[in-house]
Design a protein around this ligand. Structure first.
Ligand code: GLN
Length: 518
């Protein structure tokens, strides 16, 4: 029976909270120094680093499709979380060795770098979807505490997201590139803490309302699939595929011999070297499977159409938002006055701000939606508002850099204000969109439509890397659709137009979408 009064949460929620918190600490701590490590230690150009950042974070959102599938069919959630966590910790340690060898052995360190990222991608794929799936299962179906459980869990994500860049930045982003390795090391240690929490507390506390431990292997799974040798080989294969895809997408590999040509265009090479084709193929395949399904009613198909439409709009949101890990970190590093007199704030610290603001603002927004009562805007309208706030964040920082001479650093207040507005936007769009997908998806395609949401994130991150390549640099001419990007003002205004236009269109579509949802 649905419980309405009991507001206390099962202890298992706090086990999942702590597990996720330490994993996000590891992920965001590493991401905070990633482009700095690439440009200052590995001496990659900003454009190339941006491209790799996009490829890496894109695959981070694509690998959960495999991790979710394997957990549902074979391993169960807990085994997948632990395996994914260990693989990610290994990834951090590989990157630690990369950070220790880049001066003595450049070739080795490059191999270590790509493999380290491959480990992170594969590990995340098994960790992230499976931990999120467990939260709701702690409660009876329809329990009113589920929404607040996800809010608490989102807090865990962001406590980790705030701590990671802070601690990893403190030990790694010191001004001496040889120190970056320490950030990878402390990131990896955080990941091991997360795995230890799972191992020690999961069986005891993470239980369904009937007292059965959650996340165990599915009853029909073949024991052979859990054979440690098979598991190890499978994971290593995934690490290799992830590493390979990232490497091929980077364009470093010359693989002309596996390319084939149609009308002079090298189709094979393009397919293998550009992740974007893989992303398009995933979306088209999923759309074809769902829309050709004869058992779905036209009402269900309308709802699916809404999911595809809002997923399209979130691509515009995250591709501008996720500049945080790339161009905005270059901007914090080079164009922001970070000297407090007694302490120079490391550029990586700015990646904590979003999470700090989430923890501060989330209760405020939750209160606001309740307060608005029956005037509470519809989900698509809230998402349009999220895009609008994102545009406002970029408008704010665009004013901060307007007419500032090259070489002059601006106040930190511009990045601070921008991240505050971006976070308000995130809180209007991200949790709302996620629950919209959950509510609208026909049961039969629930996981596949969650995959659409993840793939939208993957697209967006790929685009984020591509857009970050336009970050203005002296002596390089950059342009988008014929518009030149000469300075920081032009760069930030580009995002104002992009997210502003998306917001406006979604706003006008929201009535139509609402009618399709009914
Ligand atoms: N910051 C959140 C997390 O790390 C959400 C990110 C996203 O959905 N793009 O889980």
């Amino acid at each position: 029976m649905a419980q309405t009064k009991n507001a206390s949460h099962p202890k298992g929620l706090y086990v999942l909270f702590a597990t996720e918190m330490w994993e996000r600490y590891n992920y965001y701590g590493m991401r905070a120094i990633l482009v700095l490590f690439m440009t200052k230690a590995l001496l990659f150009s900003k454009e190339f680093s941006s491209h790799l950042y996009g490829g890496y974070t894109s695959l981070i959102y694509l690998s959960p499709l495999i991790g979710g599938f394997i957990a549902d069919r074979f391993w169960g959630n807990q085994r997948s979380i632990i395996t994914g966590g260990l693989i990610m910790a290994l990834g951090e340690f590989v990157l630690f060795f990369c950070g220790s060898t880049y001066t003595s052995n450049a070739e080795l360190s490059q191999i270590l770098f790509f493999s380290g990222l491959g480990f992170m991608i594969a590990g995340n794929g098994f960790f992230k979807p499976n931990i999120s799936a467990l939260v709701g299962q702690l409660y009876p179906k329809g329990d009113t505490r589920i929404d607040s459980a996800y809010t608490i869990f989102y807090m865990g994500i962001n406590v980790g997201g705030a701590l990671g860049p802070f601690i990893c930045g403190l030990v790694g982003d010191t001004g001496n590139p040889a120190d970056f390795k320490w950030a990878f090391l402390v990131g990896g240690i955080g990941m091991l803490i997360s795995v230890a929490i799972q191992l020690i507390y999961h069986r005891k506390f993470v239980k369904d309302p009937d007292g059965n431990t959650l996340g165990m292997e599915p009853t029909n799974s073949q024991p052979i699939s859990r054979n440690p040798i098979i598991m190890t080989i499978g994971m290593l294969l995934l690490v290799m595929v992830s590493t390979g895809m990232l490497y091929l997408d980077s364009g470093l590999a010359s693989i002309k011999h596996i390319g084939f040509t149609i009308n002079g265009i090298e189709i094979g090479t393009a397919l293998f070297t550009n992740l974007i084709f893989l992303l398009v193929a995933s979306i088209v395949t999923i759309a074809a499977i769902i829309f050709t399904d004869k058992t779905l009613s036209s009402i269900e198909k309308s709802k699916v159409l809404v999911i595809f439409t809002v997923s399209f709009f979130v691509v515009f949101f995250w591709s501008a938002f996720e500049q945080a890990g790339a161009s905005l970190t270059f901007f914090a590093d080079e164009q922001t006055n970070r000297d407090l007199g007694f302490f120079v704030v490391p550029a990586s610290f700015f990646q904590s701000l979003n999470s700090v603001f989430v923890v501060g603002f989330a209760p405020l927004l939750a209160w606001l939606w309740v307060r608005l009562g029956k005037h509470d805007p519809s989900s698509p309208t809230k998402m349009a508002l999220g895009l609008f706030l994102l545009a406002m964040g970029y408008l704010w920082i665009a004013f901060g850099v307007k007419d500032v001479q090259p070489g002059i650093k601006v106040s930190m207040i511009w990045l601070l204000g921008m991240y505050a507005l971006h976070t308000l936007g995130e809180l209007c769009l991200s949790p709302i969109g996620l629950s919209l997908v959950n509510k609208l998806a026909p049961l039969k395609f629930a996981s596949m439509l969650m995959a659409v949401w993840f793939t939208a994130n993957a697209f967006a991150n790929y685009l984020a890397g591509a857009l970050s390549k336009l970050y203005p640099e002296a002596g390089k001419s950059k342009n988008i659709l014929g518009f030149g990007i000469e300075n920081n003002f032009d760069f930030f205004i580009m995002f104002v137009f992009m997210s502003g236009a998306a917001s406006l269109i979604l706003f006008f579509l929201s009535k139509k979408l609402q009618s399709l949802m009914k």
